[in-house]
Design a binder for this molecule. Sequence first.
Ligand code: DQA
Length: 142
Amino acid sequence: MKILVINGPNLNMLGIREKHIYGDKTYASLVKLIKGKAKEKGVKVKCYQSNYEGAIVTEIQKAYQKFDGIVINPGAYTHTSVAILDALKAVNIPTVEVHISAVNEREDFRQISFVKNFAFLTVTGKGFDGYIEAMDAIINKN
Ligand code: DQA
């Protein structure tokens, strides 16, 4: 089994950005956690991060018939991107949406998620553990 983990804009700034919301651990430590989990479960994982919407769309398209599951934290594109939603629908790979923070308890503009329309599960407010929960959900679904 192969899982693609996608992180969107500003998630490369974890450990620096708004630590009171996202914590003090870095993106590199998130990747390490995800890879450790994949090893433990005997699955293959690719971690991808981009600040560009089109690059994320292309990465999702490239996953067609290559990956069995997608874990995606689209960052701010969650709330704006029909293109990312359409790409997920196009490749039709089981997807879990993750947010480090409790987006439902934050600003009004964070209450809309386009990706939610396709994801079979959305995990919010669990910090880095949310990615682990998402990976487990994909592993258990297949
Ligand atoms: C986020 C929440 C988004 O609203 C925000 O734009 C992010 C991170 C989260 O992980 O909590 O960049 O997706």
